[in-house]
Design a protein around this ligand. Structure first.
Ligand code: FVH
Length: 298
C-alpha cells in the first residue's frame, strides 16, 4: 500500500471470540470491514465501531477481494460458505479456522475449483493478542496471493508464510498446540502432586516450576538436532536411567491418589523404545521414532 492508497476492503466471516478480534484489528488498521456471522446479533458491537454488516455470506463475499474466515471448524466453514459458492470466483479466501492438514487440502481444492485463491492459516494467539506483535499467524497456500495481501494480514500480528502446500500451516499449528498441551499436561500433574500434600500451587509454580521449565526449554534445540541427525546419544541422561526414575514418578503419584493418565504414556513409550532396540544411553529424542511407529521412516 502506498501513502496515497487506502487499505483494501476486507470481509470477515465468523464473529466468535476470534473472528471479532480479527475484524476489530482490520478496522483499527483502517480497512473497510464487512462482517457476517450466523447469529447476526454478534455483529452489533463491530457495526458500532464502523464495520458493515452483510445480510448473507454471499453479500459478505461479494463485498471484498479478501475474505478472512474464522469459524468453529471446517464443516461450519463449508456450511457458511455453501450459499456463497457462486461469489467466490476472483476472491482470496484466507481460512483461519482450526483444522487438520487434510481439511486444509480439501478446502483449498474446493475454493480453487470455484475460481478463488486459497490461503490456509493457523492463529498462534488468543483473541486479546490479535493486532499486537505477540500474535503470530502461520500461513500456507498460494504464495503470490499471500504476497499481495501480506500487508493487510499484518494487521492481525506477525505473518509467517510456510510454503505453498495447503496443509503446512495446519500441521505446524497442530504441532505447536500439541507441544503446548504437553506442557499443560505436565503442569496439571505436578500441581496435583503438590496439592496432594496441601502445598500451594502458586508458590510452587512461581518459585520452582517456572524457573525449572524455563531452564529446561534450553535443551530443546539439542534434542531437535538429535532427531534430525538420527544420533540420539547423550552425555548423561540415557533412557535406561530415565526409565528407572520415571517408575518413581508413577509410584509416588499412585501413593498420593494422583491418577497417572497424563504421565503413564511416556513411561510406556520409553519401555517400548528400549524393547525395540533403542540404545539405553540414547536421549528421549529417540522416542520420536517410537511415536512414529507404523509410518515410513526417513
Ligand atoms: N479463541 C481462541 O483462543 C483460539 C485461538 C487460536 C485459534 N482458535 C480457532 O479459531 C476458530 C474460532 O474460534 P473462536 O474462539 O472464535 O470460537 P467461538 O467463539 O466458539 O466462535 C465460533 C464461531 O463459529 C461460528 N459457527 C459455528 N458453527 C457454525 C455453522 N454451522 N455455520 C456458521 N457459523 C458457525 C459461530 O457462529 P455463531 O454460533 O455465533 O452463530 C461463531 O462465529 C476455531 O477454529 C478455533 O479453534 C481460537
Amino acid at each position: 500500500m502506498s501513502a496515497s492508497t487506502s487499505p483494501a476492503p476486507v470481509t470477515v466471516i465468523g464473529l466468535g471470540d476470534m473472528g471479532t478480534a480479527l475484524a476489530r484489528a482490520f478496522l483499527k488498521a483502517g480497512h473497510t470491514v464487512t462482517v457476517w456471522n450466523r447469529s447476526a446479533a454478534k455483529a452489533g458491537p463491530l457495526v458500532a465501531e464502523g464495520a458493515v454488516r452483510a445480510d448473507s455470506p454471499a453479500a459478505a463475499v461479494e463485498a471484498s477481494p479478501l475474505v478472512v474466515a474464522c469459524v468453529l471448524d471446517y464443516p461450519a466453514l463449508r456450511e457458511a460458505l455453501g450459499t456463497a459458492e457462486d461469489r467466490l470466483s476472483g476472491r482470496t479466501l484466507v481460512n483461519l479456522t482450526n483444522g487438520t492438514p487434510e481439511e486444509a487440502q480439501e478446502t483449498g481444492a474446493w475454493a480453487r475449483g470455484l475460481g478463488a485463491s486459497y490461503i490456509d492459516g493457523g492463529i498462534m494467539a488468543v483473541p486479546a493478542m490479535i493486532g499486537t506483535p505477540d500474535a503470530v499467524v502461520l500461513y500456507s497456500g498460494d504464495a503470490s496471493v499471500f504476497s499481495q495481501h501480506e500487508a493487510a494480514l499484518r494487521a492481525l500480528g506477525a505473518a509467517s508464510f510456510l510454503g505453498s502446500a495447503d496443509g503446512t500451516a495446519a500441521l505446524n499449528d497442530i504441532a505447536l498446540l500439541t507441544g503446548m498441551y504437553g506442557l499443560l499436561g505436565g503442569f496439571v500433574h505436578s500441581a496435583a502432586l503438590i496439592r496432594s500434600e496441601g502445598g500451594t500451587v502458586t508458590e510452587f509454580t512461581e518459585n520452582r516450576l517456572l524457573p525449572w521449565l524455563t531452564a529446561m526449554t534450553g535443551i530443546l534445540p539439542a534434542l531437535a538436532r538429535q532427531v534430525d541427525s538420527g544420533d540420539f546419544r547423550t552425555e548423561g541422561s540415557g533412557l535406561a536411567m530415565q526409565l528407572r526414575a520415571y517408575e518413581n514418578f508413577l509410584s509416588a503419584s499412585r501413593a498420593r491418589g494422583v491418577r497417572t493418565d497424563l504421565i503413564a504414556p511416556f513411561h510406556t513409550l520409553m519401555e517400548r523404545a528400549l524393547s525395540e532396540g533403542a540404545d539405553p544411553s540414547d536421549d528421549v529424542s529417540a522416542l520420536v521414532d517410537t511415536v512414529r511407529d507404523g509410518r515410513d521412516r526417513d
